[in-house]
Design a protein around this ligand. Structure first.
Ligand code: PEP
Ligand code: MG
Length: 575
């Protein structure tokens, strides 16, 4: 009998494949000693495990190099060095030969000695080596025990990944050819694994709470990312139903592709900009193939992730330049580093916080780490010569923060000019509106900035006081709530009054039910996962802005989400 789980639909589409679990195996073991006559075979066992681990890590390394670049592969080079280090290998062999320890026990003892030494050192670089030793030892131990450490980049048959959650770096390792979908226990529509699943166009359901307990590895599973349904161990009839649904999804995709070169215009001839959000330059192909008219949000934090140190100015310059050149004069809004919350950078050694989403993140952290911030600003300014760059600061709560960030930008710009470096003169500088304080004084901000981009993922979580990662409060993620619509109206009206523009780069911008409301509110730019652009274009072509203005007038007076949604249905079905 099949089992149906309900979760939150994160990325549309249907996937049918077998389960691949990202849960780590239990690596505890019995038997810490061996007999005299087992020594040779035990040494062989440990050497074989080392060699196998080397093969695995080399594969991961090569995959990382070809997908996310050599800098991200460096961490695996460090792992390979540990596996080749006689200082690490000899004590393990000695432990087996001289003390009759089992391979597993000798490995663990040696690992613990190395970790204690490295962690006790003053030098940050050496402290990080402790993590390498732990990581490598885990892989070798798994080999000794005949178990497998899940490694998404090594997947070579079609699978659906099942996990507690996927970190941004797990998601970056996924190969779309084989990873057909994923399902997690935790997360909501705007957690970063959900956002990444949309840019990768992989069907995904998040926040099921129980999927890891409900499946076994290799079992068949269906993911319906549109409906948020997961069917474990489906019968033939269910498979047929979902195969038909998958075929319909594909047909619709083909129909949408015809709109790639069409303008983004309403029925009454109002043009808006439909832009895409990207995380890495790898997402650029999707931007072009889905006919986005620009990039409304480049989340630069992914450049800083999955590696051991801050990317250099040169490396950042090359990444920004590549994006600007690919967009060939179309607007590209690059957001400065936004770490914290569910996006960690282990090498920055940021303090553990009780409330990371309310803590030391984004602009708060970068204003406090000026070297890091100035490096990014310089890279951006240099790249500005290659296209239509706009710079945006995240998580701005006060005008003071904006002024400080802008002052640093101007300082770096003047320095570069003095050095004779070409920098574009008229770069627009804007802010994300994702904290209610900024929305409330948008009229003040509008005098200072060139544009706003509303980050509803955070704006909703802060307005409703509901953690975007916590599925237990995901019912409060209510993009259509009148409280939110009123905030958005304040922001858009304030910008227009000063002759500025407002975009939206939160997930709401690509939400079918929200698009009519946002059009009526006068939003200028809608920035979304590239995979949603064509759907939004088709939808807009069937709407009249004048009608949507009337819809909004009534929606702003509603008392809850249900009333707003009923109005949206009423107005959009009239067409
Ligand atoms: C947002 O908060 O809406 C946003 C676009 O930023 P992020 O999802 O990266 O926090
Ligand atoms: Mg945000």
């Amino acid at each position: 009998m099949s089992k149906i789980l309900k979760g939150i639909g994160a990325s549309d589409g249907v996937a049918i494949a077998s389960v691949y679990s990202l849960e780590e195996p239990d690596l505890s073991f019995d038997g810490d000693t061996i007999e005299e006559d087992e020594k040779d075979s035990e040494v062989e066992r440990f050497k074989g495990a080392f060699n196998q681990a080397k093969v695995e890590i080399t594969k991961i390394r090569n995959h990382a190099e070809s997908t996310v670049g050599p800098e991200h592969a460096a961490i695996f080079d460090a792992h390979l060095l540990v596996l080749d280090d006689p200082e690490f290998l000899s004590p393990i062999e000695d432990g087996i030969r001289n003390e009759k320890k089992s391979a597993a026990q000798s490995l663990c003892d040696t690992r613990d000695q190395f970790v204690t030494i490295f962690e006790g050192m003053d030098n940050e670089y050496m402290k990080e080596r402790a993590a390498d030793v732990k990581d490598v030892s885990k892989r070798v131990l798994a080999q000794i025990l005949g178990k497998e450490i899940p490694t998404p980049s090594n997947i070579s048959t079609p699978v659906v990944i099942v996990a507690e959650d996927l970190s941004p770096s797990d998601t970056a390792q996924l190969d779309k050819e084989f990873v057909k979908g994923f399902v997690t226990n935790v997360g909501g529509r705007t957690s970063h694994s959900a956002i990444m699943s949309r840019s990768l166009e992989i069907p995904a359901v998040v926040g099921t709470r129980e999927v890891t307990d409900a499946v076994t590895v290799g079992q068949q599973i269906i993911v319906d990312g549109g409906a948020g349904d997961v069917i474990v161990d489906p019968d033939d009839e269910e498979i047929q139903v979902y195969e038909d649904k998958a075929a319909r999804v594909e047909e619709d995709k083909a129909a949408l592709k015809k709109l790639v070169d069409e303008p983004s215009k309403t029925m009454d001839d109002v043009t808006v900009e439909l832009a895409a959000n990207i995380g890495t330059p790898d997402d650029l192909d999707g931007v072009v193939s889905n006919g986005a008219e620009g990039i409304g949000l480049y989340r630069t934090e992914f450049l800083y992730m999955g590696r051991t140190e801050i990317p250099s100015e040169e490396e950042q310059y090359e990444a920004y330049k590549a994006v600007l050149e690919k967009l060939d004069g179309s607007p590209v809004v690059v957001r400065t580093l936004d770490v914290g919350g569910d996006k960690e950078l282990p090498y920055l050694d940021l303090p553990e916080e009780l409330n990371p989403f309310l803590g030391y993140r984004a602009i708060r952290m970068t204003l406090d780490n000026q070297e890091l911030f100035r490096t990014q600003l310089r890279a951006l300014l240099r790249a500005s010569a290659h296209g239509n760059l706009k710079i945006m600061f995240p998580m701005i709560a006060t005008i003071e923060e904006f002024n400080q960030a802008k002052a640093l930008l101007v300082e770096e710009k003047n320095k570069l000019k003095d050095e004779g470096v070409q920098v574009k003169d008229d770069i627009e500088v804007g802010i994300m509106i994702e904290i209610p304080s900024a929305a409330i004084i948008a009229d003040q901000f509008a005098k200072e900035v060139d544009f706003f981009s509303i980050g509803t993922n955070d704006l909703i979580q802060y307005t409703m006081a509901a953690d975007r990662m916590n599925e237990a409060v995901s019912y409060l993620y209510q993009p259509y709530h009148p409280a939110l619509l009123r905030l958005i109206k304040m922001v858009i009206d304030a910008s227009h009054k000063e002759g500025k523009w407002t975009g939206m780069c939160g997930e709401m911008a690509g939400d079918e039910k929200a698009v009519p409301l946002l059009l009526g509110l006068g939003l200028d730019e809608f920035s979304m996962s590239a995979s949603s652009v064509l759907k939004a274009r088709r939808q807009l072509s069937g709407l009249k802005k004048t009608d949507m203005e009337k819809l909004v007038e009534s929606a702003l007076e509603c008392k809850d989400t249900e009333e707003v949604l009923a109005l949206v249905d009423e107005y959009t079905s009239r067409v």
